[in-house]
Design a protein around this ligand. Structure first.
Ligand SMILES: [Zn+2]
Ligand SMILES: [Zn+2]
Length: 191
C-alpha cells in the first residue's frame, strides 16, 4: 500500500509499505478515509522528538471504515465507520481499568526510552516514533490496531480511545482539543 514516510529531518515522501495485518485477535483493519496533520507531526518531522527511523509512517488521528476484524472483536463489524485516536491501549492493565488509557502498561513496546527520559513510560502511540512503540501511522491507505471500544461518554472521564463508531453527521474532536484543566470537550463525546 502507499503511505507517507518520514525520510529524515524535514523530508517526507510517499512510498510503498507492507499492507497491515491482524496481529492480535482483538485487532481490526481500517481503510483510512480522512487522516489529519497534527501539530505533533511537526515535532516528529523536524526532529524535535527523536527516535524516528527512515521509512516510518506518520499520522495518528483519522477516520475510516472497518474492512477486517480479528476473531475476538465483538464491537465492530466490516463496514463500520470509526474514529480512531492515537493511543494503543490493552483495556486490561491497572491503568486501563482506571480509564487512563494513554498510560497503558502494554501498548508501548519500547518503554525503556521514555522511562529513561521522563521517568515513566506512557502507553504506545501509532505514527509517533520508536519512543512510543514504533507503530505505523495513519497517513496510509489502511491501518491496523486494537478494535476495542472505550466510550468516554459513559463516565465523562476518558478522552482516549482506539476505535469508536462514527455515524454520518457526527463530529470528532481530537483528544488534545480540550479545555485547560483537562477533561474532554463536550462535543468530542459520541452518543
Ligand atoms: Zn496529534
Ligand atoms: Zn492497558
Amino acid at each position: 500500500m502507499k503511505a507517507l514516510q518520514w525520510q529524515g529531518v524535514n523530508k517526507l515522501a510517499v512510498g510503498e509499505v507492507p499492507d497491515p495485518e491482524i496481529r492480535n485477535a482483538g485487532d481490526i483493519i481500517v481503510k483510512v478515509n480522512r487522516t489529519v496533520t497534527c501539530g505533533s507531526d511537526l515535532h516528529l518531522l523536524g526532529g524535535y522528538i527523536p527516535f524516528m527511523e527512515k521509512g516510518d509512517v506518520l499520522g495518528h488521528e483519522f477516520v475510516g471504515e472497518v474492512v477486517e476484524t480479528g476473531p475476538d472483536v465483538r464491537n465492530h463489524q466490516v463496514g463500520d465507520q470509526v474514529v480512531v485516536s492515537s493511543f494503543i491501549a490493552c483495556g486490561k492493565c491497572w491503568f486501563c481499568e482506571q480509564r487512563l488509557f494513554s498510560l497503558c502498561d502494554n501498548g508501548n513496546t519500547n518503554p525503556a526510552i521514555t522511562e529513561t527520559l521522563w521517568g515513566q513510560a506512557p502507553g504506545g502511540c501509532f505514527g509517533y516514533s520508536h519512543a512510543m512503540g514504533g507503530n505505523p501511522g495513519s497517513h496510509a491507505q489502511w491501518w491496523a490496531g486494537p478494535g476495542r471500544v472505550y466510550r468516554g461518554d459513559r463516565d465523562g472521564g476518558a478522552h482516549s480511545w482506539p476505535a469508536v463508531p462514527l455515524r454520518p453527521g457526527q463530529a470528532a474532536a481530537s483528544p488534545a482539543d480540550r479545555p485547560a484543566g483537562g477533561g474532554p470537550r463536550r462535543d468530542s463525546r459520541l452518543p
